[in-house]
Design a protein around this ligand. Structure first.
Ligand code: GLC
Length: 428
């Protein structure tokens, strides 16, 4: 599997990197202050709290019940956040800054690992706190690591999927142009053609990056430098801009997060939808779903063939401020066990992190899309890996949004994106 170079803070990131390493202390990166928080409470057991974004697929509660039944003195309480990735991030930041001992185990989006680890908020998962990563997909391990140390245990991966209406489109499009060509079918059926997530939040960074990568461009070059002033990047962003302009993406999609776009598709209002694998479960089981028997799943469309998804997913990390780290670690280990991974897959259609499960006959029989999903994850492009990610994603979101709203030509939006990423201190 190819391992792209990630964006890392280096030389010209000077001031920011320096102030950051000063607060990260001790040269190792990831120890807090003098490192004492990371040394404390390693053997301590007792009740803990697990913090995660909205449990759209209702898989967390049953697992916590199972855990609690077996661990009456080490019960887990579920703190459920909203369904917006940026709000989840900000909530974690506030509670880590406040050294809140009640945020024992947190679900960490793949794009937050570097920032949280560099700030010293996550317990390094090594030595006494080590977990077994054998059999996990390599990109998921990398996504939970920072500077070679694992800080967050991979729990679920995520790769973008093109959902389509099998009844109306017998063969899914392989390229963006082919898909746009099929929008006449949507018109004939009085429905919107395509949507993804275009609200100004992390989902837009995902979708804009996919548009750029799928058109042959790249957000970062192979040395990890921003690479947005290219005709390919412009063509990619313009695919979305044009589709908004001509109505192939319905105007209301500018307000869509994952859930709004899922509902539109499930209500029969869209021919094509870009979303994560969790949609499969809800779209095939919810009583109100109009697409139950006509749900197709394919790779995202690209320029001359399949496109490139952004790599998504979540890992579980132990807070350095947890009072009960032995329990926290055991709960993390429980989440990544094969049994729980299978439950996530069969009940919530979440993407397993254990590679073998994609070949598991019982699972593949139940979830026939697993091979498509594995390909999506293997070819997925990570978003920039940097402790300065909040500024980087803001640069992408703000400028992509302005382009989609028609407030800036794609070319200017990309050149502003490039400049802002460089200013974020991560662009050298
Ligand atoms: C999904 C992905 C995550 C991404 C988010 C954006 O939850 O797993 O990586 O950042 O969507 O909305």
């Amino acid at each position: 599997m190819k391992t792209p170079r990630f964006l890392l803070p280096v030389a010209t990131a000077g001031v920011l990197a320096l102030s950051l390493s000063a607060c990260a202390g001790g040269g190792g990166g990831g120890t807090s202050g003098d490192g004492s928080d990371a040394e404390a409470n390693l053997d301590s057991r007792g009740p803990i709290t697990y913090v995660q974004g909205k449990d759209n697929s209702n898989v967390v509660r049953p697992l916590i019940e199972k855990w609690n039944a077996a661990h009456p003195d080490e019960k887990v309480t579920f703190k459920e956040q909203t369904d917006n990735a940026d709000q989840q991030h900000d909530d974690l930041v506030q509670n880590f800054q406040a050294k809140n001992a009640d945020y024992d185990v947190a679900s960490v989006d793949v794009v937050w690992t570097a920032e949280f680890a560099a700030k010293g908020w996550l317990q390094p998962l090594k030595d006494k706190m080590a977990i077994d990563t054998k059999g996990m997909l390599e990109p998921t391990i990398e996504a939970g690591s920072y500077k070679g140390t694992l800080y967050a245990a991979p729990v679920s991966s995520d790769g973008g999927i093109l959902y389509y209406r099998k009844d109306l489109v017998p063969t899914p499009p392989k390229t963006w142009d082919e898909m746009m060509g099929m929008c006449s079918i949507a018109k004939q059926n009085n429905m919107g053609c395509y949507a993804g997530q275009f609200k100004q939040y992390e989902g837009l960074t995902v979708n804009a990056s996919e548009a750029i990568n799928s058109a042959g461009g790249s957000v970062l070059d192979k040395d990890g430098k921003p690479n947005l002033n290219t005709p390919e990047a412009e063509a990619g962003l313009n695919n979305l801009v044009k589709a908004f302009k001509d109505g192939n993406i319905p105007a209301e999609a500018i307000t869509y997060q994952e859930e709004e776009s899922r509902r539109a598709f499930q209500d029969g209002k869209l021919l094509f939808l870009r979303n994560w694998p969790y949609v499969y479960n809800l779209a095939t089981t919810e009583g109100s779903s109009k697409v139950k028997d006509v749900l197709g799943m394919a790779a995202l469309p690209g320029k001359d063939g399949p496109g490139a998804s952004s790599l998504g997913g979540h890992s579980a990390a132990v807070s350095v401020y947890s009072d009960h780290k032995a329990t926290s670690l055991d709960f993390v280990k429980f989440l990544v066990q094969e049994e729980q991974q299978k439950f996530f897959a069969t009940q919530g259609s979440l993407a397993p992190v254990l590679g073998d499960l994609y070949q598991d006959q019982e699972l593949v029989a139940k979830l026939p899309y697993l091979p498509v999903l594995k390909t999506s994850i293997e070819n997925a492009v990570p978003r920039p890996v940097t402790p300065f990610y909040p500024a980087v994603t803001k640069a992408i979101q703000d400028n992509a949004y302005a382009a989609l709203k028609g407030e800036k030509p794609a070319k200017d939006a990309l050149s502003d994106m490039q400049k802002s990423i460089e200013t974020a201190g991560a662009g050298s």
